[in-house]
Design a protein around this ligand. Sequence first.
Ligand code: FES
Ligand code: FES
Length: 213
Amino acid sequence: MKDETPRHDDADARLLYNATGINRRDLIKGGISLSALIALSELTLLSDALAAEFSEGVPVSFVINSEAYGLTLDPRTSLLDVLRESLSLTGAKKGCDHGQCGACTVHLDGRRVVSCLTLAVQIDGREVLTIEGLSPADGDLHPMQQAFIDHDALQCGYCTPGQIMAAVACVREGHATSPDQIREYMSGNLCRCGAYVGIVAAIQDAASKMEDL
Ligand code: FES
Ligand code: FES
């Protein structure tokens, strides 16, 4: 029988195999990447260790969409669950809950993160921006939101808040200078409806209008 033990030169795969008995073939069959699974296992280990240490909950203070909050949280709670379940900010969507689809993308201190793989305790003292806080206070849509409408960059809309938050970050990172670059730097955001042509067009359009933002 073929030996499916990972090769010695693949440190991540060996680590995972030793800890879980899962090999690369299992990962491919299950449709999950090695790096995402490792991030998930590290998150699980970290959150379990925190839960044992802080069974009474952990006080966490943070700012979301310019509003200050202070909550006592189970240290295993994800940022996505705090947003959706505790604060009723349901813009960020739970697609896979495994860091694979990008539907839960928000900004943490100005950088995009998948909130399903971000522990809420990690945001203590930090600032989060969600789709609910993206548009300016005067009621206008953000240029990226308007561009998604103008270019029909959505069908069911489930992935759209995550796409838009990732798209804004993509432009600010300077990674929206060509369709190929946009496709590469937006590859973590999946759209089951296949609205990718419109999404790329919307990002190209909005990028020129975001220069002053
Ligand atoms: S729900 Fe977070 S990446 Fe899919
Ligand atoms: S618009 Fe339906 S999943 Fe993207």
